[in-house]
Design a binder for this molecule. Structure first.
Ligand SMILES: *Cc1c(COP(=O)(O)O)cnc(C)c1O
Length: 390
């Protein structure tokens, strides 16, 4: 029997997508004007209980804009995670600010213990500003990523940000739909806890607009400035007056049409992600040498990506990826550390330890919202066989 291909993470467009996109085409509102853009911004802001939202071309441009409106300046230091997608870090470089790489904790998010130690031992407070001792430069912000939809330790990170006067930008590109159920942030969504948050609607994310992003905040001034910057900083519509250097980062009505239809299905998608995660977890728990990484307790996670941890004494991750691939199952290793990539080899890295371990041992398993229970079974069956045949 021909084995069917099981992809890692693909779009699922079986709702009102065609209907809304058709309407956008029929009304000829296909570019950055049109009713869907405003509607989608409002819908996302309401969904995550943020004061407002500003749409943009993708998550990367959203992060760039968020850093700009937060006031990160050339030369500033921004603490960033080592274990993430490089798109989270590049916007820091676009601005001419300098990333300092931090380790992760067991949630794969930024480790607050190391952030605390860095601030206490490697920095000093001068006139209310946190200054990195070796460079004399101000540490301006934390860029926190909610890896695979798992909430970073926002309780402790926000506490540290408060203590040291740091801005917090949340890269929630993978985490729309993730929120705290308990604790001081109960009811708060990933992306709405720091000063600004950013979502992505790239094709592999839990909901997609083909490509797209959204900045959210509770601060009206940030939102207003973000909208201004993403629309070429035009301060007069008629006379084309520009008061600073802006960007063409706006989302189109076509993208927003897709986005609205996708958002209608987000809760249903999360239910599917959750069910499939539980299936994987239970079955994988019975195979020695593997375990599925958990999501933070006290949160409702969107469970965007599933992370298989290959134990040190078991099969190595490349063997697992090749073994699955032979049976037409797509998987991939977690990202290589950003500080090990060519553009960042000279950047400062602070006690990166756990991130190296996760980088060596984690494989992402198929997690599309169209993935069936039978397919989960098939993937687990292959993992079991791989294990026995060794
Ligand atoms: C997807 C992603 C981005 C970038 O989003 P795009 O929409 O692809 O530009 C940034 N950071 C992380 C962690 C991501 O997963």
């Amino acid at each position: 029997m021909e084995e069917t291909f099981i992809p890692l993470s693909v779009p699922n467009l079986k709702g009102n997508e065609l209907k809304y996109v058709t309407k956008a085409v029929e009304t000829e509102w296909v570019s950055t004007g049109g009713p869907y853009v405003d509607e989608f911004e409002r819908a996302v802001a309401d969904y995550v209980h943020a004061k407002g939202a500003v749409s943009c071309q993708n998550g990367t441009s959203g992060l760039h804009t968020a850093l700009l409106v937060a006031g990160v300046m050339p030369g500033d230091v921004v603490l960033v995670p080592a274990l993430t997608f490089i798109a989270a870090v590049n916007p820091v470089s676009y601005i001419g600010a300098r990333p300092v790489f931090m380790d992760c904790d067991d949630s794969l998010g930024m480790d607050p213990a190391k952030v605390e130690r860095f601030c206490a031992e490697e920095c000093e407070t001068v006139n209310g500003r946190l200054i990195e001792k070796v460079s004399g430069k101000q540490v301006k912000a934390l860029l926190v990523v909610h890896v695979f939809g798992n909430m970073a330790d926002m309780e402790r990170l926000m506490q540290l940000a408060g203590m040291y006067g740091l801005l917090v930008i949340e890269d929630a590109t993978e985490a729309i739909g993730t929120y705290y159920k308990e604790g001081i942030y109960a009811g708060k969504h990933a992306g709405t806890i720091g000063d600004l948050g950013v979502y992505s609607f790239n094709g592999n994310k839990i909901i997609t607009t083909g490509g797209g992003g959204m900045i959210v905040s509770d601060d009206e001034a940030y939102l207003k400035h973000a909208k201004h910057l993403t629309t070429q900083a035009k301060s007069d519509e008629l006379y084309y007056t520009h008061d600073e250097i802006g960007y063409n980062y706006r989302m189109t009505n076509l993208q927003a049409a897709l986005g609205l239809a996708q958002l209608e299905q987000l809760e249903a998608f999360i239910t599917i992600k959750n069910d499939n995660y539980e299936r994987y977890r239970q079955d994988i728990a019975e195979i020695s040498g593997f375990r599925l990484l958990p999501f933070r307790e006290g949160t409702r996670s969107n469970r965007w990506f599933y992370a298989l941890y290959c134990e040190e004494d078991g099969l190595d991750r490349d063997h697992v990826i090749r073994g699955l691939s032979r049976h037409r199952v797509q998987s991939r290793p977690i990202w290589g550390l950003v500080c090990d990539q060519k553009p960042y080899l000279d950047a400062r890295r602070y006690r990166i330890e756990r991130a190296v371990d996760y980088w060596r041992h984690v494989v992402n398993l198929p997690c599309s919202t169209s993935l069936t229970a039978e397919e989960v079974c098939q993937v687990v069956g292959l993992l079991r066989e791989l294990n026995v045949s060794e």
